[in-house]
Design a protein around this ligand. Structure first.
Ligand code: KG4
Ligand code: ZN
Length: 337
């Protein structure tokens, strides 16, 4: 089945066409980074309006790129949550309406399911079961994935998400939005021996995370040593090392506890080079392997939504012709397919 995928949960408009037999046919992305940059973060109402402007032209573009007519599409998948409610409603309303007008089924996709299945789009996808580390701007989760919709949450952040901590610390360092990649770049010039930040919650059992204390630690260090460029680079390095170390310790623990050797890393922070290097060492040591989506599918995109939707539609899952969106939605509520 040829599936049109639509992602509009936050600040990227993503569209893709995925075919069950031929794979990914085309995808396109419009990033709103420039739009939100002057405000230092995502302005929800501006995000919604920009999705309205960009979504239909992107759908036309993707159909043209793939040489596909609307009559060839067998189903529509759109991100139904979690995310910014106004932004979600743009994709949900258009996706549901197109499906209705084309007379094909539609399915609302969980954004984090999209992220954790994104490595399945690669040439060598991981076999089930695998452990997924989901690290985005809004979530930090460790999940045991036994199949599509078969998710056991092993641990999660009790406060800030890893990406959120990157973004907030970047702001303290005076870096522009979105701060995560900027902080990572600055960290490359930092001295790893100058400061040592704590590794929160690693000294006790369990797989939950807490990143808000790191941000406070960063704030205090910036006040004392952030006056010069080298000081800021050293702080960026110490912060990144602490986050990477903490995530790596919990990943190793999850792999050891479950006996599952395959680790999938997804979500925007999964683009971080230091994290990738560290997790490769962890899985090498355990005789396992780590899987990533290609970098452009680490952050929000339409391809992961088209893929997750195609899995669900192929299993006969689809939705009534109603337009629904959820700003909050736990992964634990999903039904196995
Ligand atoms: O998955 P994503 O695109 O959007 C959400 O669903 O949240 O993740 C965005 C997050 C942001 O917090 C961003 O700063 C972070 O991922 N991020 C990074 C890097 N690239 C993106 N954090 C650290 N290092 C990076 N290279
Ligand atoms: Zn995301």
């Amino acid at each position: 089945m040829l599936v049109l995928g639509i992602e509009t949960s936050c600040d990227e408009t993503g569209v893709a066409l995925y075919d069950g037999e031929r794979g990914l046919l085309a995808h396109a992305l419009h990033s709103q980074i420039a739009l939100h940059a002057e405000y230092g973060g995502v302005v929800p109402e501006l995000a919604s309006r920009d999705h309205v402007r960009k979504l239909l032209p992107l759908i036309h573009q993707v159909l043209d790129d793939a040489g596909v007519a609307s009559g060839d599409i067998g189903g529509v998948a759109y991100t139904a949550g979690p995310g910014l409610i106004g932004a979600l409603l743009v994709g949900s309303a258009l996706g549901r309406s197109l499906a209705w007008s084309w007379g094909v089924p539609a399915v609302g996709v969980h954004h984090m399911e999209g992220h954790l299945l994104a490595p399945m789009l690669e040439a060598e996808p991981p076999a089930f079961p695998f452990i997924a580390l989901l690290v985005s701007g809004g979530h930090t989760l460790l999940v045991r994935v036994a199949g599509v919709g078969r998710y056991q949450i092993l641990g999660e952040s009790l406060d800030d998400a890893a990406g959120e901590a990157f973004d907030k610390t970047a702001k303290l360092l005076g870096l522009p939005y979105p701060g995560g990649p900027e902080l990572a770049r600055l960290a490359e010039q930092g001295d790893p021996a100058r400061f040592r930040f704590p590794r929160p919650m690693t000294d006790r059992p369990g797989l939950d995370f807490s990143f808000s204390g790191l941000k406070t630690f960063a704030l205090n260090t910036v006040r004392e040593h952030g006056g010069d460029p080298q000081g800021r680079a050293d702080i960026a390095r110490a912060f990144q090392d602490a986050v990477v170390d903490t995530l790596a310790i919990k990943c190793r623990r999850a792999l050891e506890q479950t006996g599952v050797p395959r680790l999938v890393v997804a979500g925007g922070v999964g683009a971080n080079r230091a994290l990738r290097e560290r997790l490769r060492q962890v899985t090498d040591k355990l005789g396992g392997a780590v899987y990533y989506p290609r970098p452009e599918f680490c952050t929000d995109n339409g391809a992961m939504i088209a893929y997750a939707g195609a899995c669900r539609l192929a299993a006969g899952v689809h939705e009534a012709p109603v337009i629904q969106a959820r700003a909050r939605w736990s992964l634990a509520e999903l039904e196995a397919v």
